[in-house]
Design a protein around this ligand. Structure first.
Ligand SMILES: [Zn+2]
Length: 119
């Protein structure tokens, strides 16, 4: 697949932004479908704090520690605890497992909950 910079308009704030080749490659490397963003990075970051399911990939999970990290769509990591896993726990604990999750804020910072396998 050939990537190129795309000039887009944010659906939320109306600002023009560039969806860069590097971002497109990063998405593909994380196993995400190439999907043109509807919003600029600022609005996406804002929305990342709101409700709703997001797509991520399990970075690692330590069974002995009962927690792990999910790589988010923007490339940053988010903490999750095994109490936040729904459904097939063994599948979700695997490195590189594609998952859906929701974000909640705890006193320790953001945490992924309702973590379940993305088919
Ligand atoms: Zn925007």
């Amino acid at each position: 697949m050939t990537y190129r910079d795309e000039l887009l308009t944010c659906a939320t704030c109306g600002k023009t932004f560039i969806y860069r080749v590097e971002e497109q490659r990063q998405q593909a490397a994380l196993g995400f479908e190439p999907e043109t963003p509807q919003q600029c990075a600022d609005c996406r970051a804002q929305e990342a704090l709101g409700p709703g399911l997001r797509a991520g990939v399990v970075k690692w999970f330590r069974e002995d520690k009962h927690f792990g990290f999910i790589t988010q769509r923007d490339g940053s990591d988010i903490f999750f605890h095994n109490s936040g896993i729904e459904g097939d726990v063994d599948q979700v604990m695997k490195e590189n497992a594609p998952v859906w999750y929701e974000v909640t804020t705890t006193e320790r910072g953001p945490q992924a909950i309702n973590v379940h396998l993305r088919e």
